[in-house]
Design a binder for this molecule. Structure first.
Ligand code: SAM
Length: 384
């Protein structure tokens, strides 16, 4: 199926930005005149404009696709953010509270999850109830960091967010005084992007850039667009993996991953980089909660990274473990699609703790993975 055909099976997901608006406001203004759908399939199939209130993620709406919401005033004002449902899972799962202290978004551009974190913090503790928590949002790529800066400003989260412009998260010293109060961390690193739905207006494009993948995916690995908006128009088309995978960047350059071996090598490089980032996050002295996410459906980038992370020395020394399903926020506990048990060494509890989604499963979301990690007590002094 081509991208346009694929898009027809998805709604347009809209996150209402709690810093600037509310679901009630948006239903009365931007979506006034839209019929209320009772299910996601009704929104997808409807030929008329419909809106559906998502039962899992707060402040999330599904809208009949085909409407260009980027032309609305609410979008220009940062009152609504076009963000796939699954992409909303990490910040919601992390659920930073005042007692968690400061928050890190390690791989932040274009800023969907940074602004979501800011909105959640705002809802838990409105600004007038100082002291506010700080979000440290790091982005290695300067061009993408520019987009992040703009998005954070439009969404009204600039007062609480400090942007590490062009900052490699791996070069950030966890022991630095500045980060002494960081209790919650969101990690959404570059990945293969195998869960992305091939549509032009996808709000986030995962770019496996950087030395860890250079040369593995050829010219499609880096966008050459003039600006970030152009970059986000890039597409990936995943044909049958057995035959070939075509990566298409914003200028239409195609790179073909020809064999299963090419793909395996690329996934191995990516998962090594993803694990390194996760273990770096585990080292922040006050960190108690971490989420790790990808928009990949490959277990190598998902459950395998989780299993290696909890088996690591730093995890054992500091007491990191996977956040169980029964400990998760309600919407994530109730989300039915969970991790692959066979990729979790048969551990049912860890697999259940992992959250997955697949495109083409009728729920109208992209392919995605997220796991939460938690550390209780003060086990850092313990010797392994
Ligand atoms: N979280 C973003 C969102 O929801 O809008 C999407 C993040 S995208 C998957 C991954 C980002 O991480 C890319 O912008 C990439 O440039 C950045 N990145 C990759 N390695 C990094 C590193 N070592 N430090 C900081 N940023 C990094």
């Amino acid at each position: 199926r081509d991208a346009a055909g694929e898009e027809a099976n998805y709604p347009r997901w809209v996150r209402v930005n709690a810093i600037k608006s509310s679901v009630e406001d948006q239903l009365e203004t931007t979506f006034a005149g839209y019929g209320r759908a009772e299910s996601i399939s009704e929104v997808i199939k409807s030929h008329k404009k419909h809106v559906f209130l998502d039962p899992h993620v707060p402040n999330l709406l599904a809208i009949t696709s085909g409407v260009d919401l980027s032309k609305t005033q609410a979008y220009a004002d940062g009152k609504i953010i076009l963000q796939d449902k699954a992409s909303c899972f990490p910040a919601y799962l992390l659920d930073p509270r005042a007692e968690d202290g400061d928050v890190v978004d390690a791989c932040a551009a274009p800023g969907n999850k940074t602004t979501h974190l800011a909105a959640i913090i705002h809802e838990h503790k409105p600004e007038f109830e100082a002291p506010a928590q700080t979000i440290y949002a790091f982005e290695k790529d300067s061009r993408r960091a520019g987009t992040l800066t703009k998005m954070v400003k439009v969404a009204g989260s600039h007062k609480t967010t400090r942007i590490g412009f062009g900052q490699d998260f791996l070069q950030v010293d966890p022991k630095a005084e500045q980060y002494a109060q960081v209790g919650a961390m969101l990690l959404d690193p570059s990945c293969s992007g195998s869960g992305i739905v091939g549509r032009d207006s996808m709000p986030e494009l995962h770019l496996p850039d950087g030395p860890e993948t250079k040369g593995k995916v050829g010219k499609a690995s880096k966008p050459k667009g003039k600006d970030e908006e152009a970059a986000t128009k890039g597409k990936r088309k995943h044909d049958n993996m057995e035959e070939k995978t075509v990566l298409i960047d914003d200028e239409g350059n195609e790179t073909v991953v020809k064999s299963e071996r090419d793909l395996e090598a690329r996934l191995e490089a990516l998962s090594g980089f993803q694990l390194t980032l996760l273990l770096h996050a585990f080292r922040f002295p006050a960190a108690k909660r971490v989420t790790y996410s990808t928009c990949s459906v490959h277990s190598q980038e998902n459950e395998t990274v989780v299993m290696k992370a909890i088996a690591s020395d730093v995890a054992k020394r500091r007491g990191w473990r996977v956040l169980r399903r029964d400990e998760q926020v309600r919407g994530m506990r109730e989300w039915p699609v969970r991790g692959l048990k066979e990729s979790c060494d048969g551990d049912e509890s860890i697999a259940e703790g992992c959250i997955r989604s697949y495109k083409d499963d009728g729920m109208g979301v992209m392919g995605f993975f997220v796991a939460g990690f938690i550390r209780e007590g003060d086990q850092d002094e313990k010797e392994v």
